[in-house]
Write a protein that binds this ligand. Sequence first.
Ligand SMILES: *Cc1c(COP(=O)(O)O)cnc(C)c1O
Length: 374
Amino acid sequence: MSASKTARTDPMVQPAPRLIIDLAAIRRNYARLQAMAPGARVGAVVKANAYGLGAMQVLPVLADAGCRTFYVAHTAEGREAREALAGRPAEIFVFNGFWPTDLAALREAELFPVINDLHQLHQLRELAPDLPCAIHFDTGMNRLGLGPNATQTLIDNRDWLAGLDVRQMLSHLACSHEAAHPLNARQLERFSRIREAFPDIPASFANSGGTMLGPRYHFDILRPGLALYGGPPSDDLPNPFEAAVRVEAPVLQVRTIAAGDCAGYGAIFTADHEMRIATVATGYADGLLRACGDGGFGRIAGTTVPIIGRISMDLTTLDLSNVTDPVEPGDWVSFLGEDVGAMAETAHTITYEFLVRLGQRFQRVYRDTPDTAD
Ligand SMILES: *Cc1c(COP(=O)(O)O)cnc(C)c1O
């Protein structure tokens, strides 16, 4: 974040909040992941509109950075991804399984289903054996994929895969954000054992957090989402990724309140000394989660400005005590950016949820500054 103050808006124009999305940061995060795992290919998880940042803008950037493998949750997201890629070569996998009524859509947009159970496998064999697919093994998360019994059945009946075009075998870590969690090693061991049964199928195991766990977790294809967008993938390790999204909200009013005065709905905040406060034009309708009111903060030219009182739908009040410069209507306050993890914590949630809940009302500004040689 730049330390200089963002230029004030035109005083004749009603100021509105905007979302600044840094496409160059996403490109650098992709390159960083590739550098962390030189022996693997780096795919990109772009479900939920690229974690809220905008599939249409984000996917071409990733493809042009060298990404050839994309993952979405729904078939409809896959169609959107194919459209966003505008002819760039890419495999697109759909996590949520093979469902026969999707077959035409899968073929039309050239999407590859991820098989999550043996029933789906048999349906694929019957209806579309030529359609490339992936197989998801559940190695301990107990969420999606072939569980231990189905996995053993498939290992014992490997010929079921004969004639199918299985492009990947994958599994997903439940606890990759906690480096020392014992389930990580247990899932790795199970996945490695399954892999021995299917040595010719490229293997994908690590999400963002898994990438941080070291080369044993990398296999052939990484499957990061959060790290691409700059979120912190690990609770214990420093975040090597660059924030790619921030909110900029304009100040609408500045006032001085006396000791004993309150601010906002419910009068839950009371000043204990005279203080200067600002009201900015963003609120929970924009995804600034109401739960952030306790401990959340924005920044003016890098200086933190704590949120006081309740966040309302369109407005948020801030304590300007840390700011020595004058603050006036039209000045910009930024939120999230590299603080997104801390903000999520104040709201008792995770960066992921914060990103995907960023609102539709923002003006979205996509910046793509060329990389400087360094
Ligand atoms: C969402 C998801 C990912 C990406 O996880 P991040 O923690 O965002 O890197 C990878 N694999 C599967 C199966 C997922 O559902």
